[in-house]
Design a protein around this ligand. Structure first.
Ligand SMILES: Cc1cc2nc3c(=O)[nH]c(=O)nc-3n(C[C@H](O)[C@H](O)[C@H](O)COP(=O)(O)O)c2cc1C
Length: 433
């Protein structure tokens, strides 16, 4: 019997795939959010579990000491706030889960708890929070912090942050809003409790100033791949989004998350691990291969954009190295697991140009017709053991349609992905298989 798997989409509230000829009017009008509303509708039509809106809050200048490359290719900026977009997406959908990224290093806990709880109400229980600890001093400086805390300390603080936020979410008992016409009381004050939280890093009196939300606690999503990051995810997350190259590494990643879940006293099936992939689907194998070859041509643009990305989230200036020499050993206080993946790909003396030209966080190369890509996804999931894929690819209507209306119907026909939402809330849908 086939075991179904989950689908999510990894998106940025950035401009669409400019200068791709298929972006049409969306490039000029991306800031008004309408394209992203249609994006959410398409994912709901294809019965995705959720859309994950990533985030960062800076205009990087680590590459060559200038923002030129970043802004030229719109790598990190311009970018809108994901929480505002989550509200728009919730309004035009009824079952899709909407996961928005927010940094535990920059948000005050009360503000985060309140905003997420409001979004959970507005979406009627479909919101999730992608918890990130942030990776760049440049982002920290926008919040008046010179340097980020050390990598592991950020996770220690995030543990306390989530504890506090969870207590705020629980500060209103179920049914506190009695709306009793007899007594005239809208809320029963005996069911609303201060939390008087005092921790090593944060404190908050509470209670929250709004009722318990439909999910009680919005879904927690997490992506940290370091040992500390995985322990953090295993303690708190309902879903983990992961990048690991090849089926062996994917299986090892998921197995280690499941071990950490058991160590944390949790059911290993209570957290779904979704792996990043960017399938290329076309009418024929040859057409798909052509698209793959042209998408991966080692152009200057591709190399520069990859190095701009690596520079931004490791805060190493990658422009200082010779492109045609082997990659030098690097360290970072930012994304440690992503840098480790980059260094792994450089093994065997590969040049910086080669590694940059082939750099992607996609776990597998999925290329072919809908039918052959469905075969590849099915095989990978059988080997890895679950729990699904997080699609990431060109932000254009064409690419979205190829996946939602070309690939997904084939997956559904085989019983590999859901054909209906069986529950109302994101958590219930996520945990339903
Ligand atoms: C699929 C995926 C999505 C991510 N999204 C974000 C994001 O939106 N914002 C962010 O600051 N970091 C994001 N990250 C980075 C992680 O939060 C984390 O910092 C990174 O994976 C390194 O984790 P580590 O330091 O535990 O190795 C993402 C990572 C992955 C693999």
């Amino acid at each position: 019997m086939t075991t179904p798997f989950h689908l999510g989409w990894f998106m940025s509230f950035r401009p669409p795939a400019f200068p791709d000829q298929w972006v049409g009017a969306d490039a000029a009008e991306w800031t008004n959010g309408r394209f992203y509303e249609d994006f959410a509708r398409s994912l709901e039509r294809a019965k995705f579990d959720y859309i994950m809106i990533e985030d960062s809050s800076m205009v990087p200048d680590a590459y060559a000491g200038t923002s030129e490359i970043d802004l030229k290719y719109s790598l990190y900026a311009p970018k809108h706030d994901p929480l505002a977009l989550a509200a728009l997406m919730a309004d035009v959908t009824s079952r899709l889960g909407i996961v928005a990224t927010a940094s535990s290093t920059f948000y005050p806990p009360y503000l985060l708890a309140r905003t997420m709880s409001t979004l959970d109400h507005l979406s009627r229980g479909r919101v999730g929070w992608n918890v990130v600890t942030s990776s760049e001093d440049r982002a920290a400086q926008n919040y008046g912090i010179d340097r980020l805390p050390e990598h592991d300390e950020r996770y220690d603080r995030a543990d306390e942050f989530i504890d506090l936020v969870g207590q705020l979410w629980d500060s209103w008992e179920e049914g506190a809003e009695t709306q009793d016409r007899g007594t005239g009381a809208f809320v029963d004050h005996t069911k609303v409790h201060p939390i008087d939280f005092v921790g090593a890093h944060y404190s908050s009196r509470g209670p929250l100033n709004l009722p318990r939300s439909p999910q009680g606690r919005p879904v927690i999503c997490q992506a940290g791949g370091s040992g500390r990051g995985r322990r953090f995810g295993a303690t708190h997350a309902d879903t983990i989004i992961a990048s690991a190259h090849g089926v062996e590494a994917m299986k090892a990643y998921r197995d280690s998350v499941r071990e950490h879940l058991v160590e944390a006293g949790r059911d290993p099936d209570s957290c779904k691990v979704l792996f990043v992939v960017s399938p290329i689907v076309a009418e024929s194998e040859a057409a798909a291969q052509d698209r793959f070859t042209s998408a991966w041509a080692p152009t200057d643009r591709r190399v520069e954009a990859a190095l701009g990305h690596i520079s931004a989230y490791t805060e190493n200036d990658m422009s200082q190295f010779d492109l045609d020499k082997p990659v030098e050993e690097l360290t970072t206080n930012g994304h440690q697991s992503t840098l480790a993946m980059f260094m792994k790909r450089a093994e065997g003396g590969k040049t910086l140009r080669e590694v940059a030209a082939n750099w992607s966080i996609s776990c597998l190369d999925l290329v072919g017709t809908p039918s052959s890509v469905a075969d590849q996804m099915e095989e990978a999931m059988e080997y890895v053991g679950g729990d699904g894929f997080l699609i990431s690819g060109a932000t254009s209507r064409r690419y979205i349609t190829e996946v939602t209306d070309g690939l997904v119907p084939e997956l559904q026909r085989r019983g590999l992905t859901r054909t209906e939402y069986t529950h109302r809330t994101l958590r219930d849908n996520l945990l339903s298989f």
